[in-house]
Unconditional design. Structure first.
Length: 261
């Protein structure tokens, strides 16, 4: 790129998450960095916007997160606010993560990490969502180095498709030493079984309370999927799009008389 790229960084684990700090430090050599992240953990927030109350933005002063901004809202709020008035101009790239835990298969529909990248794409800015497979932040610095390599590749590649749509990538990184993370696979989303049942407990007042169950096990993880790639120790890079239209079914419905009037 002719000028230093401006990279907006967000996440869904909150601005204090080790994965965010590791990602920011890893990509600093690649451009001008702005960090706008949620004040608190918003895992599973998907593409939710906060419409019931105003949002506040605060800047961290001092320490290793000096200059980070945080918002009392969702990952989508962070990028949306940035794009619609907080920043003087749109960034060149939005990156999100590094999430604590994988985002593969149907996970992408729930993920706040993916949602932050999606929000950038909705404003015409390429986005990359980064997740580490296992929870616990094990080898997060190695994952951040790998994320640096993916971002660097993105910046020297065409950032948009021929139709002008901004690129959206979902990246899952195994918890391995950096020396083992040289293998990348461009993948499609796999498929999970249904989620585990809710966990039912009694509150101190004797009321039933419900915890959402764990994600379902892998149902379709054949070669070419994100599940298969990480099982082989590879980084999975899945290009995604926002168009949810089922085009084959659209044509079939029209051919079968669903259009009226």
């Amino acid at each position: 790129m002719s000028k230093q790229p401006h990279i907006l960084v967000s996440n869904d684990d909150g601005y204090l998450a080790p994965g965010l700090l590791a990602l920011v430090n890893a990509v600093r050599p690649l451009g001008r960095i702005t960090v706008i992240a949620p004040e608190q953990n918003h895992s599973g927030a998907s593409n939710s916007l906060t419409l019931s109350r105003p949002l506040s933005i605060h800047r961290v002063a001092g320490g290793e997160r000096d200059g980070f901004f945080f918002i009392n809202g969702t990952p989508t709020d962070c990028v949306h606010v940035a794009m619609t008035g907080f920043l003087d101009e749109k960034p060149d790239l939005v990156i999100s993560g590094i999430n604590q835990g994988e985002n593969m298969g149907e996970d992408v529909l729930y993920s706040g990490t993916v949602a932050a990248a999606v929000e950038g794409v909705m404003f015409g800015v390429p986005g990359i969502a980064f997740s580490q497979i296992d929870r616990g932040w094990n080898r997060i610095e190695d994952a951040a180095k790998a994320a640096h390599d993916v971002v660097a590749q993105m910046l020297v590649s065409a950032l948009s498709r021929t139709d002008g749509t901004a690129t959206l990538l979902n990246v899952n990184i195994p918890n391995r030493p950096y020396a083992d993370l040289y293998r990348w696979r461009v993948t499609r989303l796999g498929n999970r079984h249904h989620s585990q049942p809710v966990v039912v407990q009694d509150s101190p007042r004797g009321e039933k309370i419900y915890w959402i169950g764990a994600a379902g096990d892998v149902k379709e993880g054949s070669e070419g999927t994100d599940f298969h790639a990480v099982a082989e120790g590879c980084i999975s890079i899945t290009p995604m799009q926002l168009d949810l239209t089922h085009h084959a079914r659209l044509a079939a419905m029209r051919a079968n008389g669903w259009d009226r009037g």
